[in-house]
Design a protein around this ligand. Structure first.
Ligand code: NAD
Length: 267
């Protein structure tokens, strides 16, 4: 299937590792130019080298790294400005961000709340503010927000994720409604438990708190998954790449999970 992604420009946020890196890699493979970002120049350098090893459909597409902390508005401005200076357009925004700390209502601090609202919720509002005028001028655009299955089924010990990510769903649906007539398509994807550094960190934290073994804690994540295993980052990326592609031209305003069946509700 030709996805029509050659020479498109994709800005993939929080993409030095895990799901963001998998999305950037998938888009690059299909021939898109990808802008990758994270807070660490060193991690970005490693990520760029990894992506450039992939056999792309396009012999000329580039990986362009930009250091940015998504919690800060001026760094988002810089990210968009540098992307435009380099490529002159932005066809695709994949909004991803670092995960908030785990914890219950009782043990999350005021500072954790502020950080997570800035990182997980306000960063998409702020960057979309900058990108919508560009996409409107281009008369096309794709925005894909990576959230979590927590928007469909709140997860234990993850109150920040359960709360801030639902705001993204409301925001994305509103964008899809308001900018459909400008051919800007907006969708939300919801990863289930997927084996990345973030997942390993969540498991290790529970090991420390409970004294259980790594395997026992990992099993508690796997048990509710009908497919009987954790997801792979590229399995989430496959959906993101498709939603970014010309083949997804009639899909907007949806909230789709990639979770091996983890979410138990019917819708
Ligand atoms: P990860 O920790 O492996 O990667 C996170 C990426 O975000 C890294 O590239 C990191 O450098 C970057 N990042 C973190 N804070 C940043 C900041 N302030 N500014 C810029 N970049 C920043 O995480 P992951 O597993 O790939 O998860 C990605 C997102 O998906 C997270 O929000 C996570 O909570 C969510 N999620 C993950 C899973 C899972 O099982 N892995 C499930 C549901 C939701």
């Amino acid at each position: 299937m030709n996805l029509g992604l050659e020479n498109k420009v994709a800005l993939v946020l929080a993409s030095s590792k895990g799901l963001g890196l998998a999305c950037a890699s998938g888009l690059y493979k299909e021939g898109a130019n990808v802008v990758i970002c994270s807070r660490s120049e060193e991690n970005l350098k490693i990520a760029k080298e990894k992506i450039e090893k992939i056999d792309s459909k396009n012999s000329n597409n580039k990986v362009f790294p930009i250091v940015a902390d998504l919690r800060h508005e001026y760094q988002l401005n810089n990210l968009v400005e540098k992307t435009l200076n380099e490529f002159g357009k932005i066809d695709i925004l994949v909004h991803n961000a670092g995960g908030p700390p785990s914890g219950t209502i009782e043990n999350i601090t005021k500072e954790d709340w502020k950080n997570s609202i800035d990182l997980n919720l306000l960063s998409i509002v702020r960057i979309t503010d900058l990108i919508i005028p560009i996409m409107r001028k281009q008369k096309s655009g794709r925005i894909i927000a990576i959230t979590s299955v927590s928007v469909k089924q709140p997860l234990n010990n993850l109150v920040l994720s359960n709360t801030t990510r639902l705001g993204i769903v409301g925001f994305a649906k509103t964008l899809a409604n308001e900018y459909g007539d400008h051919n800007i398509l907006v969708n939300v994807v919801c990863p289930g438990p997927t084996l990345t550094d973030r997942m390993k960190e969540l498991i290790r934290k529970t090991v420390k708190e409970t004294g259980k073994s790594y395997e026992e804690v990992e099993k508690t994540w796997i048990d509710p998954i009908p497919l009987g295993r954790l997801g792979k980052p590229e399995e989430l990326a496959n959906l993101v790449v498709f939603l970014a592609s010309e083949k997804a031209s009639y899909i907007t305003g949806t909230v789709i999970q990639v979770d091996g069946g983890f979410v138990k509700s019917a819708l």
